[in-house]
Structure formats: structure tokens, C-alpha cells
Design a protein around this ligand. Sequence first.
Ligand SMILES: Cc1cc2nc3c(=O)[nH]c(=O)nc-3n(C[C@H](O)[C@H](O)[C@H](O)COP(=O)(O)OP(=O)(O)OC[C@H]3O[C@@H](n4cnc5c(N)ncnc54)[C@H](O)[C@@H]3O)c2cc1C
Length: 164
Amino acid sequence: MPLPGWNPLASVLQTVAAFSRHLLIAPEAGPDDHRLRPLLSLSLSPPSPPPPPPEVPKEKDAKAAPLTKEEVGRATWMLLHTIAAQFPDEPTRQQKRDAKELMHIISRLYPCKECADHFKEVLKANPVQAGSQAEFSQWLCYVHNVVNRRIVGKVRSRGQKEEN
Ligand SMILES: Cc1cc2nc3c(=O)[nH]c(=O)nc-3n(C[C@H](O)[C@H](O)[C@H](O)COP(=O)(O)OP(=O)(O)OC[C@H]3O[C@@H](n4cnc5c(N)ncnc54)[C@H](O)[C@@H]3O)c2cc1C
């Protein structure tokens, strides 16, 4: 009857450990050298504790910071000017309706209430013109300038550099 804790393979495993220390891993390594741990831990020593889990940010930190009004504005204008630049020269009736609807949806859902309310007025005074690519782009540039003027008096005409 073997003694409790006696491992019938202990002498074999000790031989393998000594062998690996000299030939495979690092000849100069002492018994506590970390480079030996994976091999030795299989047999001679209790498994080393697992590394601590990576720190998980708390719920409120995990949420991305909300965008600023400027960042949302820039991203929105970029999207709108890109859509206008790609708008067909001869849009279908549906495409004209879509362009108009898009601008009205923005005036209702834009995530800055003050901006959205102002943009509703801008659309009322300047109904969407989307009869062609050129018309839609020029109209968008015009209303973008109306918004610019409201903010810091910055105005841009097509092909010009921004005036601040
Ligand atoms: C529908 C809408 C309404 C907004 N209303 C308000 C508001 O009431 N108050 C407020 O504080 N902010 C408002 N904003 C945000 C504001 O318009 C700007 O986006 C924000 O101030 C950042 O300005 P910016 O100088 O980075 O350039 P943006 O005005 O965001 O423009 C982005 C880029 O477009 C180019 N650009 C600028 N003007 C024109 C133009 N006329 N035609 C073509 N390209 C141009 C320039 O390269 C510029 O860097 C609104 C945004 C949108 C989309």
C-alpha cells in the first residue's frame, strides 16, 4: 500500500526535471527559476496560482464619453456633404424625396435640441433643393453657412477657404 502523497512517478519526473534544466531550458537555472515552472508544476510542486484577472472597468467607466456638440456636428456635416457629393445628377422621384426626408429627420432627431430647433427654422426658410447633384450640394453648402453664421460668424462659399 503506497504512502499517502507518494507519487509512483516521482523519481521519473525528478529525472526529467533535472534533465530539462540542464539540456532544454536553462543550464544555469536554479530550482526556483521561473523558466522551469511550467515543466515542474506538472509533477513536483502545486500549480502556481493563476494570474489575477485583468482589471475590468466599472460599468460607468466602460461607457464611451459622449461626443461634444462640435464632434457630432462635424461628423454629421461630413456625412451630409458626402451624400450630396454622391447624389445622382438625375435623381429619381424617390431619391429626391429621400434627400428631403433625410434633412427633415435630422431637424427632428438631431442630438442637440437647440441645434435641431434652429435647423427646423433653417429648413422652413430654405426648403430642400435636390433636383440634381449640383443643386443638392449647393443648397447644403448654403444651409451649412446659415448654421455657421449663427455660431461664430464663419461663412464659406463653394471653393473658398473657411472664414472665421
Ligand atoms: C444640422 C446641424 C445643425 C447645427 N446647429 C448648431 C447650432 O445651432 N449651434 C451650434 O453651436 N452648433 C450647431 N451645429 C454644429 C456646428 O454646425 C459645427 O458642426 C460645429 O460647431 C463644429 O464646427 P467646425 O468648425 O468643426 O466645422 P463644421 O461646421 O462642423 O464643418 C465641418 C467641415 O465642413 C467644411 N465646411 C464648413 N462650412 C461649409 C460649407 N458651408 N459648405 C461646405 N463645407 C463646409 C469645413 O471643412 C469644415 O471643417 C449643427 C450641426 C448640424 C449638422
